[in-house]
Design a protein around this ligand. Sequence first.
Ligand code: 5GP
Length: 195
Amino acid sequence: MSTSLQKVIILAAPSGAGKTTITQYLLKRFPRLAFSISATTRAPRGAEQDGVEYHFLSLAKFEGLIHENAFLEYEQVYEGVYYGTLKSELARIWALGKVPVLDIDVKGAIQVQQQLGDKSLSVFIMPPSVETLKERLLNRQTETEESIKTRIDKAEYEISFSNQFNVIVKNEILETACAAAADVLIDFLGPDFTK
Ligand code: 5GP
């Protein structure tokens, strides 16, 4: 039986730190990883599809699931907007013999870690500096000055939790950060996992 059974990988980072790119890299490199599809009450953006990026739920449905104790963790990541990891989603991925990758916020990450202990590996993707983070957000050109300020304040707050993670991967050079993240995963899941 695989040693990676019922383990989870948690990736968290401030917005703009490169988490999505690193997550995509890991999913492509290791076919035995599977993206854990969270539930959220936010509306789909652009080409997002229900059941692919997220399970898009109404507030009533989400609250119903909270009462049913269906979530491993959930948070109001933004005011009035819920995000949560469904226990059934992890069970689905484990049943496939795969390891779920949770791309979730810092507080959710710490909650999962507290519940799953050494069955989880929490990785914090650290931006090189707040200045670089600001530049990256400016380069996206989708943000207003105001929203950049909000994100920077949030990033500083999130970075203050980074010492509670199992591993910190600094994303100065993307390729180096991807390779470092891959190495810590192999360390945690064992060499069989790469086969
Ligand atoms: P977005 O709306 O941009 O897709 O995600 C906003 C934030 O919510 C990101 O930091 C993302 O990692 C986080 N998030 C996504 N799913 C979950 C979840 O299931 N639980 C928690 N706690 N955060 C989540």
